[in-house]
Write a protein that binds this ligand. Structure first.
Ligand code: C2E
Ligand code: MG
Ligand code: MG
Length: 680
C-alpha cells in the first residue's frame, strides 16, 4: 500500500472512534483526512474541507491557523489552543479548543487536530469577538492584574509591570498586600478591598500603591470578582489608572488653601499652625481626637463615593454639635477639635450620633467613634505630644472595643511621658551604639553541654536608668525602631558567632525577632549580607519568633517564603514563649520551625501543680511527634531540671544553667566544660 494511504487507513481505524471531530493536515496545512465526527459536527464533507482555503477557519483567523501550524511543526509535545473560532457549513460559528500533535510518517510531517467544541450561536460568537476587542483595548489603556482567591498575583499586563518595576516572572505569586506601602493604614485598605472582593462585591476607589523599589503612586482602582455561571468566584480582576499627578495637585492645593478637599474642614497642615497660635496666646483648650471605629471594614463603604458621602454626613454632625469650634480632618477617618468645652459635653457626642444616625443608600450605617481628650497645658505642652498622647489613648479605647471618648488619666500620662522619653533617647542610644548584648546559655539535657546561647538586648541609659526589654521592645515596635534594634542584634550575633567559630567553640547563637522586621521584604538579603560580612556559617544562626509572630506570619505568604528561604540557607527557627496564648497549631505545619521553647510561666510552678506537669509532658510529646526539639525556659532549680529530664525535654535554659552573661563569661563557661571533659 502507498504510504499516505496506509496512514489514512490507520487514521480511519483509530481516530474515527473518538467522540471528537478530528482531522489531519500535512505540513502545508492541507487537510488530508477528515473524520466522520468532523463531517457530522461542521457539516462539511472531506472534499469541502480539503479545499485550498479550508472553510472551517474564519477568514480573520486564517493567519492564526498558519501560526498554530508553524508552531506545531516545530514541537513534538501536544499543544492546546483555546478559544479558536470555527465556521459551520450552515453559517453558524462555534468556539473550540484545538488539541494539536505533530508527528513524522515516512519522512513527512503531519499534524493531528482533535477539536473540543463548545457550541455557541452566531450572536454569541460576535459578542465573543467584541469581548476580545474590549480586552485588548483595556489592556492598552489600563494597568491590569489578575489575582487568585488567596490574593496571589497570577497575571500582570505590561503597563502594570512598567509602572511597578516588577519583571513578569517575579511578580507571579507575589501577594496583593505587597503592592501597597508598608503602613498599617494601607494594610487595612488592602484588607478591606480583599474583604469586599471575598464578599463577591466590586471595589472602586483611589488607593496608594508602591513599586518594587518602594516609590509610592496613586491609582484609581476597579477590582472585580470574576465568577462562573454558578456564581462561584474564579479569580479577581484589577483595573488601574494612575492618578498620582491629580493627587499631588490636590495635596498641594490643600497645603496652600489649608482646606481638606473632601469635607471642607481645616486640613491637617493648618491644624499644627492653629495649635501653635493657641499655645502662643496662652489659651487653655482640650485637644480632641476622633476616629471612626472599624472604618476600613464598614461594609457600607465599597467605593470612593460612598466613603465621601459618609465623611460629609459625619462632618455635618460634627459641625452642628460642636458649633463655632475649630475642627480639622487629619487622616482618612481622623478628626481633631480644639475646644474649651467641658469633657461631659464632648463625650455627649456619642449619644448625639446615635440620635442622628447616618444613612447611605437609605440604610443606617452603624458607626461608632473612639475619642481622646488631652488638655493643654495640663496634660501635654506641644502639638506633637498632644497628637502622641491622643493616639495612645485612642489605642486604649479601641482595645476596649471602641465607642467612647475618654480623657487621659494621671498614671497614663506618667507612663506616656516615660514612653516619649524612651523613644527620644533610644534614637540617640542607637546612634551612639549604647545598647549592648548579654547571652543566655542553653544546655543539652543528654550531653550536659552548652549548645547555643540566646542574645538578649540590654540598655542602661544615664537618664532613664535600666530599660528592660519588656518595656523597650513594645515601644520600639510601635515606633518602628525595632528594625534598628533587630539590625544591631543581628550584627552582634553574626560577629560573635564568627569569633566563637574561629576559636573552635561549636556553639550556635539565637536572637529574638519581631514580625515587623520580617515585613521588610529585604530581610533575607540583610541576613545573608551580615552572615557574609562576618564570614559566619548560616547554620550557627537561630531566629526566635513568638507565637504572636507565628500567628501573623501564617497569614502572610511573603513572610513564610522569607523564612523558608533562610531555612534552606541553613538558618533555623525557634518558637519562643510556646503555650502563652494563640493555641492555633496550624502554623507549626506551615512555618519552618525546628524547636519549641516552652514558656517560663509553665516551668515556674511546675513542681507545685500536677496538671501543669501533664500539660508540659504533653507539649514535649507533641513537639517530638512533629520531629521538633523541645526546650524549657526559665528553669531555676535542680528539681525542675530533674523532672524535665524525666519528661524527655531536650534542652533547658534558665538561671539553673546561668543568668544572661557577657560574651567573655560565656567563653569561660565553655572553657570550663572542655576542661571537665579532658579531666574525665
Ligand atoms: P525571651 O526571648 O523569652 O527571653 C527570655 C527572658 O527570660 C529573658 O528576659 C531572660 O533574662 C529571662 N530568663 C531567663 N532565664 C530565666 C529564669 O530562670 N527565670 C526568670 N525569671 N527569667 C529568666 P529579658 O532579657 O528581660 O527579655 C524579655 C523578653 O524581651 C524576651 O523574652 C524577648 O521576647 C524580648 N527580647 C529581649 N531581647 C530582644 C531583642 O533583641 N529583640 C526582640 N525583638 N526582643 C527581645
Ligand atoms: Mg527568646
Ligand atoms: Mg521566652
Amino acid at each position: 500500500m502507498h504510504s499516505i494511504e496506509a496512514l489514512l487507513d490507520s487514521c480511519s481505524t483509530i481516530f474515527s472512534h473518538l467522540p471528537y471531530p478530528t482531522f489531519l493536515t500535512n505540513k502545508e496545512g492541507n487537510i488530508v483526512w477528515w473524520s466522520r465526527e468532523a463531517e457530522k459536527h461542521f457539516g462539511y464533507t472531506f472534499d469541502d474541507a480539503k479545499s485550498e482555503h479550508p472553510p472551517l477557519f474564519d477568514n480573520s483567523l486564517q493567519g492564526h491557523f498558519s501560526s498554530i501550524l508553524e508552531n506545531q511543526l516545530h514541537n513534538v509535545e501536544p499543544i492546546r489552543y483555546d478559544s479558536v473560532l470555527l465556521n459551520h457549513s450552515n453559517g453558524e460559528q462555534s468556539m473550540a479548543s484545538l488539541l494539536a500533535k505533530s508527528f513524522t510518517f515516512e519522512h513527512d510531517r503531519y499534524v493531528l487536530f482533535v477539536i473540543e467544541t463548545d457550541y455557541i450561536s452566531n450572536s454569541e460568537a460576535s459578542s465573543f469577538l467584541e469581548l476580545q476587542l474590549l480586552k485588548k483595548n483595556l489592556s492598552e489603556s489600563f494597568m491590569i492584574l489578575y489575582l487568585d482567591k488567596e490574593g496571589l498575583i497570577t497575571h500582570a499586563n505590561t503597563h502594570f509591570l512598567k509602572k511597578s518595576n516588577w519583571t513578569p516572572k517575579r511578580i507571579l505569586g507575589k501577594s496583593f498586600w505587597q503592592l501597597f506601602p508598608n503602613t498599617p493604614d494601607n494594610t487595612k485598605i488592602a484588607d478591606n478591598i480583599m474583604n469586599v472582593l471575598n464578599r463577591g462585591e466590586r471595589f472602586h476607589g483611589a488607593v496608594e500603591k508602591t513599586t518594587k523599589d518602594g516609590t509610592n503612586y496613586w491609582v484609581n482602582l476597579l477590582a472585580i470578582p470574576v465568577t462562573d455561571k454558578k456564581n462561584h468566584t474564579l479569580y479577581y480582576l484589577l483595573l488601574e489608572e494612575e492618578i498620582t499627578e491629580k493627587k499631588l495637585f490636590q495635596s498641594r492645593l490643600e497645603q496652600i488653601a489649608y482646606v481638606d478637599m473632601e469635607t471642607g474642614l481645616m486640613s491637617r497642615h493648618r491644624l499644627e499652625g492653629v495649635v501653635q497660635e493657641y499655645i502662643e496666646e496662652k489659651r487653655n483648650f482640650s485637644f480632641v481626637f476622633f476616629t471612626i471605629d472599624q472604618f476600613y471594614t464598614l461594609k457600607e463603604i465599597f467605593n470612593d463615593q460612598t466613603e465621601a458621602e459618609l465623611l460629609i454626613e459625619f462632618t455635618k454632625r460634627l459641625k452642628v454639635y460642636f458649633e463655632e469650634t475649630t475642627i480639622a480632618r487629619i487622616g482618612r477617618d481622623e478628626f481633631a477639635l480644639l475646644t474649651p468645652l467641658s469633657d461631659w459635653y464632648i463625650q455627649g457626642f456619642t449619644n448625639y450620633l446615635k440620635q442622628h444616625p447616618i444613612y447611605l443608600n437609605n440604610k443606617i450605617v452603624p458607626i461608632t467613634i473612639s475619642g481622646a481628650i488631652t488638655k493643654y497645658p495640663e496634660d501635654q505642652q506641644s502639638y506633637i505630644h498632644l497628637i502622641k498622647a491622643s493616639n495612645a489613648t485612642i489605642q486604649k479605647v479601641k482595645q476596649g472595643g471602641g465607642g467612647s471618648i475618654v480623657s487621659l488619666s494621671q498614671s497614663d500620662q506618667n507612663r506616656l511621658s516615660r514612653t516619649i522619653q524612651i523613644e527620644k533617647r533610644l534614637l540617640e542610644a542607637l546612634n551612639h551604639q549604647d545598647l549592648h548584648v548579654m547571652y543566655l546559655p542553653q544546655k543539652d539535657v543528654q550531653t550536659g553541654k552548652i549548645t547555643s546561647v540566646e542574645a538578649l538586648v540590654r540598655w542602661e541609659d544615664e537618664v532613664l536608668g535600666v530599660v528592660s526589654p519588656e518595656e523597650l521592645i513594645p515601644i520600639a515596635e510601635e515606633t518602628g525602631l525595632i528594625n534598628e534594634i533587630g539590625n544591631f542584634m543581628l550584627e552582634k550575633c553574626c560577629e560573635q558567632a564568627s569569633v566563637w567559630q574561629s576559636k573552635g567553640f561549636p556553639i550556635k547563637v539565637s536572637f529574638n525577632s519581631s514580625i515587623r522586621e520580617f515585613r521588610d521584604k529585604n530581610m533575607v538579603k540583610t541576613i545573608r549580607k551580615m552572615l557574609q560580612k562576618y564570614n559566619c556559617s548560616p547554620d550557627t544562626l537561630i531566629i526566635e519568633i513568638t507565637e504572636k509572630f507565628a500567628l501573623e506570619a501564617e497569614a502572610e505568604k511573603s513572610i513564610i517564603q522569607q523564612m523558608q528561604t533562610l531555612q534552606a540557607d541553613g538558618v533555623s527557627f525557634v518558637l519562643d514563649d510556646f503555650g502563652t496564648g494563640y493555641a492555633s497549631l496550624r502554623y507549626l505545619q506551615l512555618l519552618p520551625i525546628s524547636q519549641l521553647k516552652v514558656d517560663k510561666s509553665f516551668i515556674s510552678s511546675l513542681l507545685q501543680q500536677e496538671k501543669l506537669q501533664s500539660l508540659v509532658k504533653g507539649l514535649i510529646q507533641f513537639g517530638h511527634s512533629l520531629n521538633i526539639r523541645v526546650v524549657a525556659e526559665g528553669v531555676e532549680t535542680e528539681d525542675q531540671f530533674t523532672l524535665l529530664m524525666q519528661m524527655g525535654c531536650d534542652s533547658i535554659q534558665g538561671y539553673y544553667v546561668s543568668k544572661p552573661i557577657s560574651a567573655s563569661e560565656i567563653e569561660s563557661l565553655l572553657n570550663k566544660e572542655t576542661k571537665t571533659v579532658k579531666n574525665i
